[in-house]
Ligand binder design. Structure first.
Ligand SMILES: [Zn+2]
Length: 124
C-alpha cells in the first residue's frame, strides 16, 4: 500500500529534494505530499494571511484524509527569500507553526525542520 507523509515546505527549489529524502526516511514513507509557499513557517506563525492559511489547511486535509498521511513537517531554511529573517526568528516561527498544526490536526505526528543549503537538516 502507498504510504504518504506531508511537507509544508518553502517553494525554494534548493530545498525540495533534501526535504523529500529526509521525510521518506523519517516516516518510512514512499511519497511526500508537498505544500509549498514562500516562507510557510512565517505564514503559519503570523496567521495574518487568511487566504494562504485556508489554502494550506485545505491541502493538508486532502493529504491526511485521502492519503492517510502519517506525519507532517513544517520547514524553514537558510537564506529564505519568503522569510528573510535570522535563523533564531525562523526557529520561533517553526515552533509557533508546530503548535498551531498540533491544534488543527490531532493524532498525527508533526515535526519542524531547519534546512541548511548544504543539505544538513535538523529537527527543531
Ligand atoms: Zn524559502
Amino acid at each position: 500500500m502507498n504510504k504518504f507523509c506531508t511537507a509544508i515546505n518553502c517553494m525554494d527549489g534548493r530545498v525540495q529534494e533534501f526535504v523529500s529524502c529526509y521525510l521518506k526516511n523519517r516516516f518510512s514513507a514512499q511519497f511526500v505530499d508537498t505544500i509549498t509557499e514562500p516562507g510557510p513557517n512565517r505564514i503559519i506563525a503570523e496567521q495574518d494571511d487568511f487566504h494562504s492559511i485556508r489554502s494550506i489547511q485545505n491541502r493538508l486535509r486532502i493529504s491526511i484524509e485521502k492519503h492517510n498521511s502519517v506525519g507532517i513537517a513544517i520547514v524553514g531554511h537558510e537564506d529564505c527569500a519568503g522569510n528573510p529573517v535570522e535563523k533564531s526568528e525562523q526557529i520561533l516561527h517553526l515552533q509557533k507553526s508546530t503548535q498551531w498544526l498540533k491544534k488543527q490536526f490531532a493524532g498525527i505526528e508533526i515535526i519542524a525542520l531547519w534546512v541548511e543549503l548544504s543539505g544538513k537538516i535538523s529537527e527543531i
